[in-house]
Design a protein around this ligand. Sequence first.
Ligand code: FAD
Length: 500
Amino acid sequence: MATTGSTGPAFLQAPEPITEFAETHDYEVVVVGAGAAGVSAVHSAVAAGAKTACVQALPTVQTAGNMAASIDLTKTDEAAVQACVSFINFKSDYRSDRDLVNVWAHNSQEALAWWEETAAKGGVESKPHDAVLNYNGYDIYLHANTYFHVEGNHNAAATVIAEEVAKEGGEFFYSMPCVQLQTADGAVTGVICEDENGDHHLFNASKGVILATGDYSSNEEMIEYYAPDCKGFRLSTDFRDGSGMCAGMWAGAIMTPHTHTKMIHGEPAAVRLEMPFLFVDQQGNRFMDETCCRMGYLNNFSRKAIAQNGFTDSTAAKFFSLVPANWEDYYEDWKAAAPYDISQYNGNNKVNPEKWIQAETLEELAEAMNAYAAESKWGFTDIDANTLKATVDRYNQICASGRDEDFGKSTKYLVPIEGGPYYAIPRGSNGLPAILGGLVVNGDYQCLNGDFEPIQGLFAVGNASGQFFGGVDYPMDIEGLSIGRAITTGYVTGKTVANL
Ligand SMILES: Cc1cc2nc3c(=O)[nH]c(=O)nc-3n(C[C@H](O)[C@H](O)[C@H](O)COP(=O)(O)OP(=O)(O)OC[C@H]3O[C@@H](n4cnc5c(N)ncnc54)[C@H](O)[C@@H]3O)c2cc1C
């Protein structure tokens, strides 16, 4: 990472202010970034009557993902809403700010209904996914928009929504990245963008600037500084370079204390059986207490393998779960006892054993696992059939004794791998779709300065804002929470700034 002596990483050093402009544009609200949060912010600012521009780095709208979560307030009472806020805080290692989560909890139904309806108007239909979460004895009714089935997924919805928002009066400027913010006396008064010719444009914002630029999960220097646990994982996107957050910090905004919450995902639904059977590494050895079997947390066990391989190949994070043929016999009981840990679903999509690696003997299974790894271009898999057999024999002995002397796994999960057919499921995510850390904001999503005072004229929404999450890993228990909060915080803040 390039640094400048004792003053920290280079990306924190504010550049010389740009003062010459090819063009000046006057607006009340300027939204930076046309992703999930940005498009929503433009809509609600326009709907509230503000003259609104959106400056977007790329030639098109761009976001990613499939599911977006909301609370169904027609069925969930206020006590249950607050239990949901507490649940998110619990799942965030108690580092999330209730005020920020409450904005999602109370407004997500309206925001996501608008999103769903507007996308459908443009021909992109959601397949809703409803779920009930119980926490502290309260039932929380969740509703998610899903776009797994649509080519382009959530981005397809965002694209047609932006077309509708442009018809409403939102003005989109594409290929117009924000490179700095314009400031005066500590307030933010506009956005400075650079066009494709290298000329600068000043977008004055008389009411406020909303940063909706996403996170920095494609900027390796920022990752190394703010979320070093992510080092070596595959970057899933190239359009989240953190430039919007840097512009905010050069204007006085502060970043949420790190380390930031990492979202390490990417196992396809068909193979993501989240049940604590036997896990083996790429040499066929058991390596962990499998009780932690959820996709989002497994990176904590495989980071060591990535480090041992010099951070050069993210497939070092991969491993296999060996599953007995009668796995379904255990599902309901285990799920009832550990509802947040056990799962065979991703949204409406269920695991598909036909996609698993299958063999009649352990020797054949080792061969099939190696073949799968080679085909999938995993770098380090070399499973010797005798090693695999010894691992399974040892595990079965542990199961028979009822006490796990190797990793202390709960007795109820000690199920032997015996008889045939044998199943191996490829597991271990190696991709980094998002990082949930961002600028510190107050309950109005207004950025704070180093004295924790609001910066006049500057707001941050979606992943550009921090302190909604805060744990080491992104919780998957409310599927689609990240996009749900992006859409909702954009939707609410667009209105807030327009009404200033
Ligand atoms: C493959 C994949 C699958 C995912 N699946 C899910 C899922 O199912 N559910 C879920 O909740 N989350 C999911 N996520 C995470 C989700 O994509 C993000 O959390 C969410 O999109 C964040 O929304 P946002 O509006 O904050 O940022 P984004 O949607 O990333 O939008 C930011 C926008 O800002 C623009 N921009 C950046 N810098 C500048 C600049 N300087 N000037 C102008 N414009 C700029 C970018 O081009 C981009 O269009 C997934 C991520 C990936 C990669």
